[in-house]
Design a protein around this ligand. Structure first.
Ligand code: NAD
Ligand code: HSO
Ligand code: ZN
Length: 866
């Protein structure tokens, strides 16, 4: 039985609230605040079930299917939508229906749906609607108090309460305590008034660890502190903080009670290396006893294997076969294929042989998962999500969802289902000066939300780890996030020939591009070694540039490896004259090595070394230095959210003494196209940015388009996208991308300047005419139909490391000056002091800075100028 409460979580602080309330084990999110994707549930703790509140929205059956197939446990619906869902064959156990008391239709009464009421039922009605406790009845009201919530929960309702009104704290009386609600529903028949308490490990084993006793006070304390806290039976006034003295503490993950509310269950995570039992050789009180002596894992079967493999990844005994597999990807892949073939062959030798071979396949599959940072609990979560996918009766569903014979979803593990067709659509919005809905335009011009605070939480432990453990941390994090085990985190110049084996065509492409980038960036160098201006007679002011000595260049390597970024950062660094160029890029999962093109570029640019790591760990190593990574003065380069968050952190840490180029995040493009634009060109430019990542955004501003022309653009996008290898990424990117329709070029530029795109492409008549006068904010501009962004991404000579997310309002893209600092100097002569001395003294006097004033006065005195 779940915790007798359903928290409604919304708003910006959702992640923090969710972590705080995870002990409840389920929560409700408003439909409007969520974006459903295949991996939607992975953002929540795996112990938490997610419901969606769709009341007040007209949800289509397709939307419901999408929600349920993404693993949402239950959707709360208004009666009309629920009726529709029922008619279309969706399983009623997956929705909760909200209605007024007297309006429950018969077919819903017969269904498995949960109900939501906002007024209390009579005892008889509660029995009837609740089917004697067989149906969950939620209670929703904005006016709940601690007292009414306790009373309702004790009578069998599950109150829905906004998370902001809830607290786990023991002392916050301004909010409703979830510990109070939970304990209000418990009963005990024990003379000492305690509750028998079963303790289990978390997923995937859920191994029973032992049995203890709880009191109302110990339960509330356990919830407040998120720890295993129980009631001592010997000392009635004492709470038992498990592990307080031994260090064997337990994190409280989830709390449940049994069907008649007199036994409770704590799901806890014991600290690594500690068991539950007081007996030193036992992990559990039921005698699962190997852990402490041998370092082996508890439990059995897959759960035990999962733990053992995870330990082996950290440290394996000499001669371990598993370690050999972790290190030798070719061998592992070959074994996986071999075992699959043997399993297919096995039935001819009997059932035992099938089980034997399947065990082998599971072993190698799990080594593969652990090597790639995936634990059994992650796999099981996916199995659960897939097993809860829904089907619908023929006629209402898209072909991919149809199964004719079932009304309720079968609870079997599905075979690979045919995927729903991908959509390649951008929402169209009227956005000219006469547009009636400015909110729509604002929505279109705001980027997909990046939750900086949440990302910082993930990145800070990485930064701390690298600062503390240096190279060792780098190696561990590369194994964890990039699935590659290295002996050293750095590849030093001169780089080995066999690390940069590339074709002659590739060499030529890189050489041509580097030459062009070099030409354009060399032209940006100051024309004179020192620039001098005589500002007043005898006052000579100068400025000269000096290169930043040590620069760290981040070359992304997650979803795509970008040797072009190595050129875009390395060439201006070389042109500016930086002494030490350090590159960082994650090694490729498949080969365990750096991409040879990146090594070749590093070699051509005279880089000192390449840090073989990605993400926040690479940025930290370059910012603070490690035994083998040179500390850099400035860190440059684009990257994902982890990279960007780490850059933002180090630039604010005075201990790092390190600057950055800019916040360069997910790529984006804004294309302005008129009725004469070639639809294929326009589509190709939109898609070339959409394929960068699901968090990229592309915007099309159509100027004076007819309906037919707009349809031509849309058809070209769909046609080209459908054959792209990265079409899944493209489809997701287009889902939060927009086409804005305007009547005039002026309106188009107004919107573009408001958006401040990273790339601005002009596919309009006389495009050159608008540059530069109409452009206020943009990273880089592509003028006319024959200037695709791809040219700037690789070979034309301009830089592709550009400000995203609207930062083009205040930042420039990377350029030669990014790698320089400018120093000023002055040479004041006697004539000069005559020119400005009095002014200096007058200003110093008004600021009360006598020593300043005096510095001029003593000179002028000696020269007899006063
Ligand atoms: N604005 C620009 O100028 C520009 C230019 C090129 C690329 N880009 C953008 O750069 C980005 C590149 O992103 P990417 O992911 O492909 O490569 P990346 O190299 O930035 O990130 C990959 C690294 O992220 C780390 N990582 C992955 N999952 C993690 C997790 N759960 N926790 C902590 N760290 C984790 C890993 O260490 C991995 O090596 C894209 O968004 C692309 O659009 C921008
Ligand atoms: N468009 C990216 C900059 O936002 C750069 C890039 C590299 N490779 C391909 N594209
Ligand atoms: Zn690109």
């Amino acid at each position: 039985m779940t915790f007798p409460l359903l928290p409604l979580v919304s708003g910006q602080s959702a992640q923090e609230t969710i972590a705080a309330l995870a002990v409840v084990g389920h929560l409700l999110l408003p439909l409007k605040s969520v974006q459903i994707s295949k991996h939607f549930l992975h953002q929540f703790p795996s112990s938490v079930l997610v419901d969606i509140d769709a009341t007040g929205n007209s949800v289509t059956v397709d939307q419901l299917v999408e929600l349920l197939n993404a693993g949402v446990r239950q959707v709360v619906l208004d009666a009309d939508s629920a009726q529709q869902a029922l008619d279309s064959g969706l399983p009623s156990s997956r929705f909760a229906v909200q209605f007024a008391l007297d309006s429950v239709p018969d077919n819903l009464l017969q269904s498995q749906a949960a109900f939501v009421f906002s007024q209390e039922l009579s005892q008889d009605a509660l029995k009837k609607y609740g089917r004697d406790g067989d149906r969950v009845i939620y209670y929703r009201s904005d006016d709940l108090t601690q007292e009414s919530a306790n009373r309702l929960a004790a009578s069998g309702y599950f109150p829905i309460i906004s998370a902001e009104k809830l607290t786990t704290s023991l002392s916050d009386n301004s909010k409703i305590s979830i510990g109070e609600i939970f304990t209000a529903t418990l009963t005990t028949d024990r003379p000492d008034g305690l509750f028998t308490t079963l303790i289990t490990a978390p997923a995937p084993s859920y191994t029973a660890l032992g049995v203890v006793y709880s009191s109302v006070e110990s339960i509330k304390t356990a919830i407040a502190e998120k720890l295993g806290v129980y009631q001592s039976r010997k000392r009635k006034d004492e709470l038992w903080y498990k592990g307080k003295t031994s260090g064997a503490t337990q994190e409280l993950i989830r709390l449940e009670k049994d069907c008649d509310s007199d036994v409770i269950k704590f799901v806890v995570a014991p600290r690594d290396g500690f068991g539950f039992c007081h007996h030193p050789s036992n992990f559990t009180c039921f005698g699962d006893g190997e852990l402490k002596q041998s370092g082996e894992s508890f439990g059995s079967g897959l759960a035990k294997l999962d733990n053992t493999l995870a330990q082996r990844l950290q440290s394996a005994p000499e001669g371990s076969y598993t370690k050999r597999l972790f290190n030798d990807e070719k061998l592992l892949v070959a074994k996986l294929k071999e075992e699959l073939d043997e399993l297919i062959e096995a039935p001819k030798d009997g059932k035992d042989e099938v089980a034997w071979e399947c065990a082998d396949l599971f072993y190698f599959a799990m080594v593969w998962c652990i090597k790639n940072g995936v634990r059994l609990a992650d796999v099981e979560k996916n199995l659960d999500i897939k097993s809860s996918k829904v089907t619908r009766r023929k006629g209402d569903a898209k072909p991919a969802y149809i199964k004719e014979d079932t009304k309720e979803a079968p609870k079997e593990t599905p075979k690979e289902e045919s995927k729903p067709e991908l959509e390649y659509k951008m929402e169209v919005i009227n956005a000219g000066d006469k547009a009636t809905d400015p909110a729509l335009i604002e929505k279109a011009l705001s980027r997909p939300v990046q939750k900086t605070a949440d990302i910082m939480k993930l990145v800070l432990p990485i930064i701390e780890k690298v600062k503390k453990d240096g190279d060792k941390a780098l190696l561990e994090l590369t194994a964890k996030f990039d699935g590659v085990t290295l002996d050293t985190p750095v590849l030093k110049a001169p780089f080995p020939e066999d690390w940069m084996q590339i074709s002659d065509d590739m060499k030529e492409a890189i050489d041509i591009s580097i030459a062009n980038i070099e030409k354009f960036h060399a032209a940006q160098l100051p024309k004179e070694k020192i620039m001098t201006v005589e500002t007043a007679p005898g006052v000579f002011c100068s400025r000269f540039a000096k290169p930043i000595e040590n620069v760290g260049l981040y070359v992304p390597g997650g979803t795509a490896v970008l040797p072009s970024t190595a050129m875009m950062l390395g060439v201006p660094a070389k042109v500016a004259g930086c002494k030490n160029i350090v590159l960082a890029s994650p090694p490729a999962r498949a080969t365990g090595k750096l991409t040879p093109e990146v090594v070749y570029v590093a070699h051509k640019l005279g880089a000192k070394c390449i840090v073989m790591a990605g993400g926040a760990q690479a940025v930290t190593a370059m910012a603070y230095g490690t035994d083998s990574v040179l500390k850099c003065d400035k860190i440059l380069g684009p990257g994902n959210q982890f990279v960007t968050a780490a850059k933002m952190y180090v630039q604010n840490d005075t201990q790092a003494l390190c600057s950055i180029d800019m916040p360069a995040g997910p790529s984006e493009v804004l294309v302005v196209a008129d009725g004469n634009a070639d639809a294929d060109f326009v589509a190709s430019d939109l898609l070339s940015q959409a394929e960068h990542g699901v968090d990229s955004q592309v915007i099309l501003i159509g100027v004076g388009l007819t309906k037919a022309k707009l349809a031509e653009f849309e058809a070209a996008v769909a046609k080209q996208a459908a054959v792209l290898p990265r079409k899944e990424i493209v489809s997701k990117c287009l889902a939060h991308s927009y086409t804005l329709l305007v009547d005039t070029y002026e309106e188009a530029f107004k919107l573009s300047n408001q958006y401040a795109p990273e790339h601005l492409i002009l596919q309009i008549d006389d495009a050159a005419k608008y540059v530069p006068d109409y452009i206020e904010n943009a990273g880089s501009v592509f003028v006319g139909a024959l200037s695709p962004e791809s040219c700037g991404d690789y070979s034309s000579g301009t830089n592709h490391t550009l400000p995203t997310y609207g930062y083009a309002r205040q930042y420039s893209g990377v350029n030669t000056a990014t790698f320089q600092k400018f120093i000023t100097s002055q040479d004041v002569t006697e004539e000069g002091l005559k020119s400005i001395g009095k002014a200096v003294m007058t200003l110093a006097a008004v600021e009360g800075l006598e020593a300043h004033r005096n510095a001029v006065q003593v000179r002028m005195d000696k020269l007899g100028l006063l």
